[in-house]
Design a protein around this ligand. Sequence first.
Ligand code: IFM
Length: 721
Amino acid sequence: MREIVVTTHSYDLGELPELGNRFLIGNGYMGVRGTLEEYDKEQLAAVNLAGIYDRCGDGWREPLNAPNPFSLRLYRREEDGSDRPLALPSAACDQHTQSLLVREGLHRRDTRFSCGVRWQVERLAHMEQVHLLALHAVATAKEAGQFCLKSTLDGDVWDIHGPHYREMSFPTASEHQHGVEAVTNEGDTVAVCCRWSLSTPHHSATAVAQRKQEAILDFELAAGQSASFTLIAAVYTSKDCKEPLQAARAAVLNAPEYDELLASHRACWAKLWERAHVQILGDDPAEEALNVSLYHLLSIAPRHASSLSVPARGLSGQTYKGAIFWDTEMFMLDFYLAVLPEVAKTLLRYRIDTLEGARAKAREYGLRGAFYAWESQEGGYDACSDYNVTDVFTGRPMRTYFRDKQVHITSAVVYGLWKYARWTGDDSLWREGGAEVLIEAARFYHSLLIKRVEKDDDELWNVIGPDEYHERVNNNAYTNEMARFVFEQTLEVCAQLKRDAPEAYKALAQKLSFEEELASFQQAAKRLKKPTIRPDGVMEQFDGYFALEDVTVDAVRARLKDPKEYWGGAYGVAAHTQVIKQADVITLLFMLRERYDAQTLRANYDYYLRRTEHGSSLSACMYALAACGIGRPEEAYPLFLKSARADLDGGGKQWAGLVYIGGTHPAAAGGAYLALLWGFLGLKIEGNQLKTEPRLPKKWRGVQCRLWYRGQAQTLSVQQP
Ligand code: IFM
């Protein structure tokens, strides 16, 4: 694989949030935002941790950012004895480059300050030893001078709904070492230890300020001379072990020198890329964009865990409460299945292990079975607020119904389990709790059914489909069909278990006493209301959708009184129109693609594409898939690129009022991979065999990639006919 380098010369403060996302490094345990070393919480610097959350007061519960060991500032001593910071954006500079080396998982900055000092820093989140972070910095002076380096372990972290640390102590202050132990409001501990070295003789002072521990290193450089500084840090939490501080200290003391860490980090990335890299012959920009997407998916994959999932904004911060959405199973899972099936299993185990939380949520709403969290944190706790949007006009929280009404979330979990079994041929998850999830999912949908005395159908009322702008609708086609899928899968897997693993089936039947319910699931699968389909094949998104005002997306946009105004909800500009936020019917036609013909796909693609705002990064890839499915790869191409470039281009919404909602977009990254695999390559599973039916854009000469199907490595090599 050739190196892909993402670069910017910008250090414009307005671009900082997006640069922090674009240049993110991570290893599944933590993500380090791509901010410069001199930045702190004001510039959204963060070391975001996977799977550990905290609530402060009445604020939203969100994931933790660890004390940041990468805070580093260089100063030049002036003749009057004062220290002038060589820090962006204030210090004058002649040249500045920030880069992400995608193949090697490295973040670099190279700044030539106008005073003649060059400042180069490289840093990594170790891909194998996931608790370790490392940094190597070089300062080179054109003219002789006195310098000072301040290396800070910065506990004054960026929080959206913090502060999350109620106590912080710095117990290991000693020369060449720092350490901090921070205790959260919920009683968890996060410990960070680091050791450093400077290549030139220096005087060192270590100071503890409030929530910061700082090493101040004075040194002198002759003209043309360089000093280099390395720092190795370890992060542990009370979720990892009983004594995180001791673990972090031991990890730092036992860690090898920077060069050795760099070599093992590179080797680990090389192995991952051997599996994941996709070659697109004839289109370097598309190849780069897709592999950058895959870089992000690899950087957040929980390879170190056996039951953990990936948040909707990856490890780029606290947006969306660091929670797991349907994004993982519906948009990202196929990449992990194809490239790292063990990770796919880890993601699904997370859902099996959070079944209790889903049961509790169902009970809370007076329902049976498992109602999975719309925004799932550990244990299946639903972090989604009843007031998830702030009205721009009144500044008041708006009642939203994502938590209560996006009942399709449970079907995403079932769909993920089904994909796992089908792709890997490994049915162990059914026996390890997956079948239990299915039964509880079927119970959940069954308890939601509405039966009208004068109608034969069963219905699902008062739901929100993937298109969040239309709240509390009846018989959303996507939701109904995915619920039917759940009933059918439950029946199928139960029959399979009874046949192939009678003991496991018996134990399950004893535990859940579900056998008498199977007939009612069968009935429900048959009687659940089918979508209304017009003679031309267009499927109505929900009851009454066709009667809504038929108007263009631009016309709706023109009605906004404020660019940040929410389009959905009770009074949203889109709510009474046919304009939708994101692919809805089209998502259904992809997910259950074996049930629909090309004519249906064509009619719905042509109808809904024009009415879709793509207000979610989950949307474009679904239309790319549909366009491929109807033999229009040229139309699919820009939609595919929109998904693949989501974090390269940024431009999505970053702020809602005072709340930061930006971050990386792993579902779009996963969606780009879906578009490649099931769209352009036309992958199909026929009788357990993989087949391709390529429909490549004209400029692509071919595509090559590897994937792991049913335990076997396969190389897909497809040429333009
Ligand atoms: O899951 C999505 C949802 O479909 C649209 N809003 C953002 C969520 C997280 O990505």
